[in-house]
Design a binder for this molecule. Structure first.
Ligand code: SAM
Length: 288
């Protein structure tokens, strides 16, 4: 069966009485080059396990099963289970994990599904959970890389450099844990039903160790949250939302880090937030 042939998909879904659910971000791929190129960008091989999120009827799953040692796919929509039983029947390295990825115990799943394998994530993500699911995946520190098809606008945000319009706290979070790269864009005509926006694939190899040295990750994320709290305000004003220190003291700290006190939080990269974290931590804790 050709899982990207529009007529075959329509026949398959009609036989199973399936209708698309917008609330589940169901935009299925209908151009064969897209799942093929996503699976290639993921770089899976026989020594890899791949966790897929939202297999749908399985076009990407099918490509991943050809490359990886094992593929386990988490699908929330029960109506797709009998469809997947049919479309994945030829792959003995495939397992369906029924349920919601946001409620899944990732550590337990990885231990059970992929013993002895390096583990990657690959998915055409439901657009409505892109940010929380990527956050959960990187924070788990369980995966070697993430390769995902998402809205182009979000892909650009994840890869953005400090000081650009697209840059934000989420860029910094993804760049702290991974080294994201935009691989290619995917026009809306490659999906059924077609979404309004263009999509893009990003490949994010997970860093082996954090890119910056900080007193603690909690202290680092507190500085980042403080720095981004008030967009279009100065860093000093924004930091006041997260720290009890007087404005004059915050101005001194920012200046001592080599930063202009009028700078905005969204101009700072990982290294600048790390040095700011140390300075704030020392000032607050008396750790001078
Ligand atoms: N992989 C298929 C493809 O490329 O054609 C389908 C991708 S579609 C964008 C997203 C899939 O994620 C749908 O199958 C949807 O039912 C599933 N899904 C939505 N929310 C989910 C969740 N919280 N946990 C697991 N799967 C979910």
């Amino acid at each position: 069966m050709h899982l990207c042939d529009r007529n075959e998909i329509q026949n398959l879904l009609a036989r199973h009485g399936f209708r698309f659910a917008k609330s589940l971000g169901q935009n299925f791929l209908i151009e064969a080059w897209v799942p093929r190129d996503i699976a290639a960008a993921c770089g899976a091989d026989e020594g890899c396990g791949v966790l897929e999120i939202g297999p749908g009827i399985g076009p990407l799953t099918d490509e991943l099963c050809k490359l990886a040692g094992k593929v386990a796919s988490v699908e929330l929509d029960q109506r797709l289970y009998p469809v997947l039983a049919e479309t994945m029947a030829g792959h003995d390295n495939f397992t369906l994990i029924p349920g919601d990825v946001m409620k899944l115990d990732l550590a337990k799943t990885v231990a059970e599904q992929f013993p002895g394998l390096r583990v990657k994530v690959c998915a055409n993500l439901p657009y409505n959970i892109t940010t929380p699911v990527l956050t959960k995946l990187v924070e788990s520190r369980l995966f070697e890389s993430l390769t995902v098809l998402i809205q182009k606008e979000v892909a650009e945000r994840i890869c953005a450099a400090p000081g650009t319009a697209e840059y934000g706290a989420f860029s910094l979070l993804m760049q702290y844990y991974t080294e994201p790269k935009l691989c290619f864009t995917v026009p809306n005509t490659c999906f059924m039903p077609a979404p309004k926006v263009t999509s893009a694939v990003i490949h994010c190899p997970v860093r082996e160790k954090p890119p910056v040295d900080v007193p603690s990750e909690a202290a680092f994320w507190r500085a980042v949250r403080g720095g981004f709290a008030l967009r279009r305000k100065t860093l000093v004003n924004s930091l006041q939302t997260a720290y009890q220190l007087p404005k004059e003291r915050l101005t001194e700290i920012v200046t001592a880090c080599g930063l202009d006190p009028a700078v905005r939080g969204e101009r700072l990269g990982l290294a600048e937030y790390a040095s700011l974290t140390w300075a704030l931590w020392r000032a607050e804790e008396g750790n001078g």
